[in-house]
Design a protein around this ligand. Sequence first.
Ligand code: SF4
Ligand code: SF4
Length: 138
Amino acid sequence: MTLQDKVNEVAREDLSPYCLNQCSTTCCDLSHIILITSKISLHLILGENADLSKYKIENGMYCYQEGICPQYDEKFHKCKIYLHPDRPKACEIFPFLISNKGGDDDWVAVNHKCEYMLQPQRILSLSDKLDVDVWLLE
Ligand code: SF4
Ligand code: SF4
């Protein structure tokens, strides 16, 4: 199992329920997101019939930066497609940044904007479960 797999399995076990039920901030609660994503994910966000041509960048990727994501539920501060398998990868991997070089060089950094991870004991617990260094990324 790769470190990425372990993060997906172990870290999200506790984080996802918090994102869905408790988080009061939500990572994408911003007026200007820049979302680099795939065609499938952008169709999921903008609707099946959306014209994606103006968002096309390169390598089959698309860039959306028109304010708040349409899938962000402003009333409940939640992502409406959080559990969908085609949610953009960038959203899926937040708040983790993973270095997976192997052995002692592996580490996981956590974005400091993540409400769940702001408690030091959660960082320590994650480090224990993953058996790698985990720190807050300022
Ligand atoms: S898809 Fe969900 S997590 Fe991603 S930017 Fe939109 S609302 Fe946020
Ligand atoms: S800020 Fe952290 S806890 Fe809140 S929705 Fe984003 S990833 Fe989940």
